[in-house]
Design a protein around this ligand. Structure first.
Ligand code: PMP
Length: 427
């Protein structure tokens, strides 16, 4: 039984000492004390089905026994900086990660977060190409340090910092974008930016294969391959941000970019890589990696043995528990059920995503696509009260984000949809 402080006490103190903490996700926030696979438990022992997985962070399941064991075994042995000495946990994971990558993507740099991974990727692209300009997509999210905040293109994730050399292109958003599903047309905007906004050469292009924070937006078909050739002609590197779409989450593929038929020059990852352990990584080719030899890339805890032990366990669990296949089978089933729900509830404007990276966009009017901003707050809160945790996001904050631990079952999917159905019926 939980003997800690009450949620009202915690909330009061959090407001005092952590005031910039992302507000209160719920009007009545949860005090979570335990997690087990796809379930979370509050201070009263009440169970919640976690369909958000700590923002796509929990790949294997909360406190998956295999991952916990790997962490505990390693932390008992050694927790140290990785940079100055040899340690097998670090090398073993780097090797296993490289084996999951196509082509020449065989060199790994570890970081502590997704932000750091993307900062490093952008720096490498600039060093390697000798150019400075970077292109990213409107509505994308890439991190909260200077360059990555520049690449992030939503005002509520930006301070007024100096951001030179970052250009945001049209979002190839099939639902709200001006060209609908025509990926090639959106790609023209990338060419325009190269032509009119740069010297004709760029350091690189960075994109998520599916925008997560931006509201689970799948890029229009044909967009990324078209952009790839534009960027190559402009001398730039293609960076795939797999922080949310990697590690089997999309079901059909291990990495999100694979569904677009391209092989990036640099891949960045975090979140699901450690099932909750703080680790990120940049994977690139030996040729590009050479640019970091001119100086010394150093991160005290980036890829420490405990987090890399977690990472290796995660790869093993994804394989053993067939989690990518599960993301495909259960994710497709869940998406089908959500699509059926759309026939019943006018408020659902769009259902999208792949595998276990799904979004449900809520609108007041299907033709005008007016964001149902108030309704989503109610639905989100009421579903929590009925035991289902979902994410909330998108530029208009009107998208329910579904990114559960990949061990989510069909029964869980049914429960989620039934609770959503009930909640929407009551509106
Ligand atoms: N890229 C993407 C696609 C993300 O979703 C996030 C986090 N929401 C980041 C980068 C930044 O990761 P972190 O919060 O670990 O710095």
């Amino acid at each position: 039984p939980y003997n800690g402080p009450s949620s009202s006490d915690l909330l009061k103190r959090r407001k005092q000492y952590l005031p910039t903490f992302v507000g209160t996700y719920y009007t009545h926030p949860l005090n979570l004390v335990e997690g087990k696979m796809q379930y979370l438990y509050d201070e009263n022992g009440r169970r919640y089905l976690d369909a958000f997985g700590g923002i796509a962070t929990v790949s294997c399941g909360h406190c998956h026994p295999h991952v916990v064991e790997a962490i505990v075994n390693q932390i008992r042995l050694l927790q140290h900086t990785t940079v100055l000495y040899l340690n097998h946990a670090v090398v073993d994971f780097a090797e296993a990660l490289a084996a999951k990558m196509p082509g020449e993507l065989k060199v790994v740099f570890f970081t502590n977060s997704g932000t750091e991974a993307n900062e490093l990727a952008l720096m490498m692209a600039r060093l390697y190409t000798g150019y400075h300009d970077v292109i990213s997509i409107r509505n994308g999210y890439h991190g909260n340090a200077t360059s990555t905040m520049g690449a992030t293109a939503q005002f509520f994730h930006k301070f007024n910092v100096v951001q030179t050399g970052i250009h945001h292109v049209l979002n190839p958003d099939p639902y709200r974008g001006v060209f609908g599903l025509d990926g090639a047309k959106y790609a023209h905007d990338v060419q325009d930016i190269v032509n009119y906004g740069t010297c004709g050469h760029v350091a690189g292009f960075v994109a998520e294969a599916i925008q997560g924070v931006g509201g689970v937006i799948e890029l229009a078909p044909g967009y990324l391959p078209a952009v790839y050739s534009i960027i190559k002609k402009a001398g730039g590197l293609f960076i795939s941000d797999e922080v949310q779409s990697g590690f089997g989450r999309t079901g059909s593929h291990f990495w999100g970019f694979e569904a677009h038929g391209i092989v990036p020059d640099i891949v960045t990852m975090a979140k699901g890589i450690g099932n909750g352990a703080p680790i990120g990584a940049v994977v690139t080719t030996p040729e590009i990696a050479k640019v970091l030899k001119y100086a010394y890339y150093f991160s005290t805890f980036g890829g420490n043995p405990v987090c890399t032990a977690a990472g290796l366990a995660v790869l093993n669990v994804i394989e053993q528990d067939k989690l990518q296949q599960n993301a495909y089978v259960v994710g497709s089933y869940l998406k089908d059920r959500l699509n059926s729900l759309m026939e019943k509830h006018e408020i659902i404007g769009d259902v999208r995503g792949r595998g276990m990276l799904l979004g449900v966009e809520l609108v007041k009017d299907r033709k005008l696509k007016t964001p149902a901003k108030d309704e989503i707050v109610q639905i989100h809160e009421q579903m929590k009260d009925m035991g289902v945790l979902l994410g909330k996001g998108g530029f208009y904050r009107n998208v329910l984000r579904i990114t559960p631990p990949l061990c989510f079952t069909k029964e869980d999917a049914d429960f989620l949809v039934d609770v959503m159905d009930y909640t929407m019926s009551k509106m």
